[in-house]
Structure formats: C-alpha cells, structure tokens
Design a binder for this molecule. Structure first.
Ligand code: MG
Length: 203
C-alpha cells in the first residue's frame, strides 16, 4: 500500500506557514513504513528538533482505479479515519529554501499514525465533519471538512491521473491551522465529531 498526502488543503493552514493558497493540489507520498497503527506511541526521532503534528482526515481506497472521474470518485472510498502527518518542520524549511524534495521531513518511519477506520455512511454529510486535536488536554487544532480547498472527490480524481489507486491505499487530505511542535511526554487525542479515534503519547 501507499500513502498519498495533500499539502495546504485548508487556507488558514497555508497562511500560518506563509505559503500561498494553492490553485492545484500539493501532493507528496509516504512509504508503508511510515504507518503507525493502534495508537502505539510515537518515538521522537533524533534528527529533528521541531516535529509538528498535523491532524488530518484520512480516506481508505476501497477498490483499484486510475483516471477516476470526479463524478464517480465517491465510490472509491468507504471508510475514513484520523491521521497525524508528522512533519520535521526544521528539515522541511531547509529543503523548501533549496527547492529540494520533502521526503526526509515527511516520510520517515512512523510519520503517519492512523486511527481505526469508520464507515463514511456513519456521517450525514462528509463535508460537515468537525475534527480536532487536543495536546495534553488543550485543543490545538480544529477543522471542519467544509473548509477543504480540494474535495475528497477532486483529490481522488487528481491523484489517479498520476498514480493507480489500489485497495487499501490511504489519502491524507490536509491539515487545518494550529500545527505546532510536539515534545516527549505529550499526549495526543484526536476526535472526529465526538468520537475519540486518536490517543497516543510521544516517547
Ligand atoms: Mg499535512
């Protein structure tokens, strides 16, 4: 499986990092070794002094497809989850300055914690979903999928022009504002609507 991630898909987050609001999706990949499941702890790596949390809604692809049209894209995912797109912001900043790729900042081991998946039919409107992240009991990020710049269907259509999507692939759909540094000992709790799906520690 592969993990596809969208950068800058909420305008307020693009602005907080002084990035332009994009007119086409910003795409990057994480390898399967980035996946961290079952709310296992995240061990802070020693190559970064500035690992940020980015809470995101994650789609699980339910069948293979390429060149999927936006009109049919909703049929390619049945379940959603919450994920954290851990980002070594110090490395990313250096690489952005030089125009270098982001993999060392974004794709390292365990950089993609993902919660259990829930059926999307559980929600009346997939584009009115509230989600938020608490760190040590304080709310740090709040998002609502009504604020997505590029819809889930648009993203699936867009990326499937370049990469064949396979059953089980994951798509991180972008983070709202409020990203910040994590520290050893922090507890991260992520909620989709009222359901707590993420609950793990930084070790
Ligand atoms: Mg992200």
């Amino acid at each position: 499986m592969k993990i596809i991630a969208i950068g800058r898909n909420y305008a307020e987050h693009a602005k907080e990092l002084n990035n332009p609001v994009p007119t086409t999706p910003v795409i990057f990949l994480k390898p399967d070794t980035a996946l961290l499941k079952d709310n296992k702890p995240f061990y802070h790596p020693d190559f970064s002094e500035d690992i940020h949390h980015e809470l995101e809604v994650v789609l699980k692809i339910s069948k293979e497809g390429k060149h999927i049209s936006e009109k049919f894209a909703a049929g390619y995912y049945d379940e959603i989850a919450l994920g954290v797109d851990f980002t070594a912001r110090d490395i990313q900043s250096r690489h952005k300055e030089k125009g270098l790729p982001w993999e060392l900042a974004k794709a390292f081991d365990n950089s993609a914690p993902v919660s259990n998946f829930v059926p999307k039919t559980q929600f009346a409107d997939i584009y009115q979903l509230n989600f938020h992240l608490d760190v040590n009991g304080q709310t740090r990020q709040t998002g609502n999928t009504s604020n997505l710049l590029f819809s889930f269907e648009y993203i699936i259509a867009f990326v499937s022009r370049y990469f064949t999507l396979k059953k089980g692939d994951l798509i991180f759909t972008g983070t709202p504002a409020g990203v910040a540094k994590v520290a050893v000992g922090d507890r991260l709790e992520g909620y989709l609507e009222t359901e707590k799906l993420i609950d793990f520690y930084i070790k």
